[in-house]
Design a protein around this ligand. Sequence first.
Ligand code: UGA
Length: 447
Amino acid sequence: MALKITVIGTGYLGATHAAAMAELGFEVLGLDVVPEKIEMLTRGEVPMYEPGLEELLRKHVAGIEGSTGRLRFTMDWAEVAEFGDVHFVCVNTPQKHGEYACDMSYVDAAVESLAKHLGKPALVVGKSTVPVGSAERLAARILELAPAGGEVELAWNPEFLREGFAVGDTLHPDRIVVGVRSDRAEKTLREVYATPVGQGSPFVVTDFPTAELVKTAANSFLATKISFINAMAEVCEAAGGDVAKLAEAIGYDERIGSKFLRAGIGFGGGCLPKDIRAFMARAGELGADQALTFLREIDSINMRRRGQMVEMTREALGGGSFLGKRVAVLGATFKPDSDDVRDSPALNVAGQIHLQGGQVTVYDPKGMDNARRLFPTLGYAESADAAVRGADVVLHLTEWSEFRELDPAALGALAGTRLILDGRNALDPVLWREAGWTYRAMGRPAA
Ligand code: UGA
């Protein structure tokens, strides 16, 4: 009989995973502890902006006309335990308040609530990003709590999806990593992922600590790549070089690769910043802190970019105070094709300038509601045109395609001064200059 799957936690990761599992043909039951989320998902609505997710959800959520009916949602742990052969734990692991370590309280609570009801054989699969050693601890906890005892097993299966590409990344992962302790667990996961593996996704089988570490290592490497190119941008600023050309040129070396070498105001979001910090904290606990001290530098290079963007803006405005200056900010989300503003470099820069007396007006294609909630005191406009009207300077801080398609000439007619600073190195300098703008990007003083 086909495996029945449950997904615990219905955020970016869980909602996407649940819909993808239904797309792969499984019967799926999703659980969340937030009633509003369950109500929305049951109506086929997604609580966040993620391209393609709502369509996939509506294709499978029971009760929606024309759907396969394979996907349902509940808040009832007993129902989940009774229903599932495989339970994916997809709850979030934010940074703890006031320290670097990861807050495991949601994962712990989810595993405990589930385990207590597990009266039949099942595989619990952790997907959340956790400090290494968590899987071993949770496996022991499940054994203690589950009425079915040793019939319930744990596996660790980290997730590598990117916001903005969550659906594609989940249905066609570039690798599937499973940390298992038995052949039975491996066999079950091979069954779950038979379709993507059949289509060529590599399937890497390993132990618990390696599976947990693969995830934090991958995100640390990506963060390092971004901070590396941003460090080069700082040197280019000082030496009169062009970091975009430098990135292009080193990227042709296949060992380096051209991806994740876009210099600018740096990385943000709910993953990279907190993951490198939690990794440092965990290495410290393990007595291996020296191995990761370089991540402290990666973090400070990254955080420094935000301040440098503020200073570049101040200089472009003549070097004095921001008082009375009108600053248009294009972009609020931490990256394009997402409405996520968690630790967004764009909002951070907007906030700093605002706190120093600048009159900041922000526009973002999808992140306005979340940005308003986080920074209610900033000014907001309903379009790029409205944000730019009368501005002394325009800051391009999130590289939405909508901003690359703006007509510099038309926008120039609205701006107070034709001055644009590109914090993402994503606009075409030639086009903007032809329309009479002063264009300046980070790490490209002469370009
Ligand atoms: C990241 C990883 O890329 C995923 O593989 C991982 O699964 C996910 O975290 C997670 O742990 O859940 P995500 O947070 O969606 O995914 O964002 P990224 O695409 O990695 O971008 C992170 C930040 O880096 C953004 O603020 C982006 O603007 C910035 N970035 C990216 C750059 O500044 N330069 C670049 O060249 C690339």
